[in-house]
Design a protein around this ligand. Structure first.
Ligand code: ASP
Ligand code: MG
Length: 406
């Protein structure tokens, strides 16, 4: 059996839903199909906006009850359309799908999927149209998985059902060496390893949600990114790094402009300080990346800098200022002019000169690097937002990513 997933732009209108129905019906002639859909177009944004008008701080339980309706609309419409085209189809919400999640609202993780009901429908020859992005907690309340969570639903269902492939249909043909809107010569990658995709998704590539990639890697699931509007195109396939035919030093370059940096200044250099600082941020669910701790000459105090999403800045700053007070630090600095430019490549670690070349070329272009972090397969630099697009192009050129790839 196969799982297909269609994102918001693919089901933006009834006409587009009909187009999707055609693709699904054709696939269902070959194999049993579970099709996961997102809400139509910008519906979820609209629902978030409505909630904001109704209440200053909408309660999580009610917010989830509201947000989950977006996917109910698109699943019902797709099931109707499929039936109209002569297929047997049934729409199911998160709870009807048997998806149980943690109880935390608006960012719940999937705990378990009871597949009996889905399997029964599949055996009876139905196409199961599954609502993405939602589940039910142990109390039986509706939960959602966090924005972009439909990818995660699709991969989790594919894993639970033992699907042979999970096709994620979107509005681009797959994963590129860079955003083609930014770098017109960017090339499509036919394959990419889970690890590289995970890093790319985390640092700005929008095609796949990082949690979905993580889940795919865990289950070693065959995931393909494909284009709804060019369905014959093979797209990009995620594979284990060991199965890849070639190992490129650099696979792609990404930019994430939704960044800000925070620094806590001259915090005492004693055990437990970092735990306290990042513990208080974690308790507000602020995701932190690129942590740099640097000591002062007398070694009794440290500065700790890190990056966060710009939208998290107000709450993160408040938390950090409280922590600074408690810990007797000198103060807090915030910088909103930050963009994270990253290169990703499975073999980066074996090529130490790669980082040096990247920094040198940015320097030659007069682009100042504010922060650096590296992992085995990623090198990221924080630069000023106005330099970020230029940085991506320069780096893409440097590593000849526009050359034909295998
Ligand atoms: N509709 C949800 C969102 O816009 C989930 C998704 O699209 O994956 O975040
Ligand atoms: Mg969406």
């Amino acid at each position: 059996m196969i799982v297909q997933k269609f994102g918001g732009t693919s089901v933006k209108s009834v006409a587009r839903i009909r187009n999707v129905a055609g693709l699904v019906k054709r696939a269902a002639e070959q194999a049993p199909v579970v099709v996961v859909v997102s809400a139509m177009g910008d519906t979820t944004d609209y629902l978030v906006k409505l909630a904001g008008q109704a209440a200053v701080a909408p309660h999580g339980r009610e917010l989830d009850a509201l947000l989950a309706t977006g996917e109910q609309i698109s699943t019902a419409l797709l099931a109707m359309t499929l039936t109209d085209l002569g297929a047997r189809a049934v729409s199911l919400t998160g709870s009807q799908l048997g998806i149980t999640t943690e109880s935390i609202h608006t960012a719940a993780r999937i705990v378990d999927i009871r597949t009996e009901r889905i399997n029964r429908y599949l055996e009876e020859g139905f196409i199961v149209v599954a609502a993405g992005f939602q589940g039910m907690n142990e109390k039986g309340d509706i939960t959602t998985l966090g924005r972009g969570g439909s990818d995660t639903t699709a991969v989790a269902l594919a894993a639970a059902l033992g699907a042979s492939v999970c096709d994620i249909y979107t509005d681009v043909s797959g994963v590129y060496t860079a955003d083609p809107n930014l770098v017109p010569t960017a090339k499509l990658l036919k394959e990419i390893s889970y690890e590289e995709m995970l890093e790319m998704a985390r640092v700005g590539a929008q095609v796949l949600h990082p949690r979905a990639v993580e889940l795919a890697r865990k289950h070693h699931l065959r995931v393909r990114v494909r284009n709804t509007f060019d369905p014959e195109h093979g797209g990009t396939t995620l594979t284990g790094a060991d199965e890849m035919e070639l190992s490129r030093t650099v696979s792609g370059v990404t930019v994430d402009r939704d960044q800000a940096t925070l620094t806590i200044l001259k915090v005492p250099d004693t055990p437990g300080v970092a735990g306290e600082v990042f513990g208080s941020l974690a308790s507000r669910r602020v995701g932190v990346d690129m942590i740099i701790q640097a000591f002062h000459r007398d070694r009794s105090v440290n500065d700790i800098s890190f990056t966060i999403r710009r939208s998290d800045l107000p709450s993160a700053r408040e938390v950090l200022e409280e922590a600074a007070c408690r810990l007797g630090a000198e103060g807090v600095l915030a910088d909103e002019d930050a963009a994270k430019v990253s290169i990703i490549g499975a073999a980066l670690m074996d090529q130490p000169e790669t980082a040096a070349r990247m920094f040198a070329v940015l320097g030659q272009a007069g682009i100042n690097i504010k922060m650096i972090s590296t992992s085995e397969i990623r090198i990221s630099c924080i630069v000023s937002e106005r330099d970020s697009n230029r940085a991506v192009r320069i780096i893409h050129d440097l590593f000849h990513l526009d050359d034909e790839q295998a």
